[in-house]
Design a protein around this ligand. Structure first.
Ligand SMILES: Cc1ncc(COP(=O)(O)O)c(C=O)c1O
Length: 473
């Protein structure tokens, strides 16, 4: 396979302000490792040549050479005469260098343990299984009972929905991949939020789409004028939005923005994928909101995506798509070369849990409320320089610092055993160096420990002051 060459300007933007304490070569190697670990540089990508990197980073070839040997010995690059330096992932996760760390605290994912009741639901589901064993088990669109329940839930929010509008997938991640594969062609433009959810961006990139940013501000949320300008200028095929408890900022779209986005998209023939994976995770949001699809009067603009992962359990791998029957039929046709359907047993478990969905959500609400409050307390006690945007639901808090220290802070935290998402991971080209994401899906104890580690790590983000010139008085 031909390795993808990272353009040097993109490489320079990605490494950003990489210098830290210690030697330049190890700081650069550490920054590149972070970029590989959090997925901003993919395995298989080829780095610019050592000469070009040295020139553009303003450092010597010897330093670059030392950084590359450091990366080579930790398994992050391989170099071959004539084919340059190619990024690799070390064989096992255990190989990732986390110096001197005891227990690893992984807050790089905004995920949590199952709600109580999943085990009991699984037992009930298995008891129902014999009836299904008479069929061949291939349910391309999903189990009718689950689709009917999902359709009823959508209808109760004002989106008229029948089973024909629902397709059950293996989590919302595969829903988004299936949509990208089916509805996009190479070169199509897709508007995505920045910051946004990196794995969806990757799904769109993987089918050759070009991503165009629309900003979600941690305080003020979406900007409909900016969205209108992008749509009018670039004629995108699709816009991918998270209108409820956006990941990572946790903001929700106002009624006015929802109406403006859908109206504009409908007028310009842009499909909107509304990722509602986190939409049920309300803690104490003020006022009611309506799903994006309720603004879609003709019913052919918004494709809603949902999931059981964040409410019930990620291990169920059950998600779904709600769309017009025309879109659902296109997705069904494409599914024959995709995955032929979601696992029946897991759909049976999700169906059981859907019957008690209000309790499931109430349970999550309480857990997230406690973690959210623990985070606010821990930041006030240990890390007062961090600004916390209001979090009224969702999976994470988007923390802001006054200085651009995110990558340095996450590298320093990693050496103390904390894995956490650096701000730039959620951007498209190295922005958000003033932010990090702290999941509120973690327990209050883990959050307290994480914030203490971040507070300790702050010392590694401030460079020693440059020696001052003596004043000649
Ligand atoms: C916004 C968003 N979309 C999609 C996903 C993928 O979820 P699933 O586990 O349903 O595939 C996640 C998971 O973190 C998410 O936060």
């Amino acid at each position: 396979m031909v390795a993808h060459q990272i353009p040097v300007h993109h490489f320079v933007a990605l490494v950003g302000d990489w210098r830290g304490f210690g030697s330049d070569y190890s700081a650069l190697a550490e920054r590149i490792r972070l970029l590989v670990i959090d997925g901003r540089i993919k395995a298989g990508a080829r780095l610019p040549s050592e000469r070009v990197m040295a020139e553009h980073l303003g450092i010597s070839r010897t330093t670059i050479n030392a950084a590359m040997s450091d990366l080579r010995s930790s398994g992050f690059v391989r170099s071959r005469q004539g084919s340059g330096t190619v990024i690799e992932l070390p064989g096992r996760t255990g190989d990732l260098p986390i110096p001197d760390a005891g227990d690893i605290l992984d807050l790089s994912r905004a995920t949590s343990a199952a709600v109580p009741g999943v085990h009991a639901a699984a037992l009930r589901a298995v008891a129902r299984l014999p009836a299904r064993l008479m069929t061949d088990g291939y349910e391309l669109a999903g189990l009718p009972a689950l689709r009917a329940m999902l359709a009823e839930r959508y209808s109760s929010t004002g989106i008229v929905t029948t089973e024909e509008n629902i397709l059950v997938t293996t989590g919302s991640a595969s829903a988004i991949s299936l949509i990208a594969r089916t509805l996009l062609a190479p070169g199509d433009r897709v508007v995505v939020e920045t910051p946004g959810y990196p794995h969806s961006n990757d799904a769109f990139r993987s089918v050759g789409a070009r991503l165009l940013p629309t900003v979600v501000d941690g305080d003020s949320g979406w900007d409909s004028e900016e969205f209108a300008a992008v749509v009018e200028r670039a004629h995108p095929t699709l816009a991918y939005l998270m209108p409820d408890f956006h990941n990572p900022t946790s903001r929700s779209m106002s009624h006015i923005a929802r109406s403006a986005f859908v109206d504009l998209a409908a007028r310009h023939g842009v499909m909107i994928v509304s990722d509602e994976t986190t939409a049920d995770l309300d803690i104490d949001r003020a006022g009611p909101t309506r799903p994006l699809a309720t603004y879609d009067l003709r019913g052919n603009t918004v494709i809603s995506v949902g999931s059981a992962s964040k409410t019930m359990w990620g291990g169920l791998r059950v998600g779904w798509i709600r769309a017009s029957t025309t879109i659902i039929n296109r997705l069904l046709a494409a599914r024959f070369s995709f995955d032929l359907g979601a696992a029946v047993v897991e759909q049976l478990i999700a169906t059981e849990l859907m019957e008690h969905f209000d309790e499931v959500i109430e349970h999550r609400r309480e857990l997230h409320r406690r973690s959210r409050d623990a985070l606010a307390g821990a930041l006030a006690r240990h890390l007062p320089s961090a600004h916390l945007h209001r979090v009224d639901g969702g999976v994470a808090a988007w923390i802001r610092f006054d200085e651009p220290i995110s990558s340095a802070l996450t590298v320093a935290a990693r050496s103390r055993g904390l894995l956490i998402g650096a701000g730039p991971w959620f951007g498209l080209s190295g922005e958000f160096e003033r932010n990090i994401r702290i999941p509120i899906t973690a327990t209050p104890e883990s959050i307290e420990r994480a914030v203490m580690i971040l507070a300790e790590s702050m010392v590694d983000t401030t460079r020693p002051a440059a020696p001052r010139a003596h004043a000649l008085l």
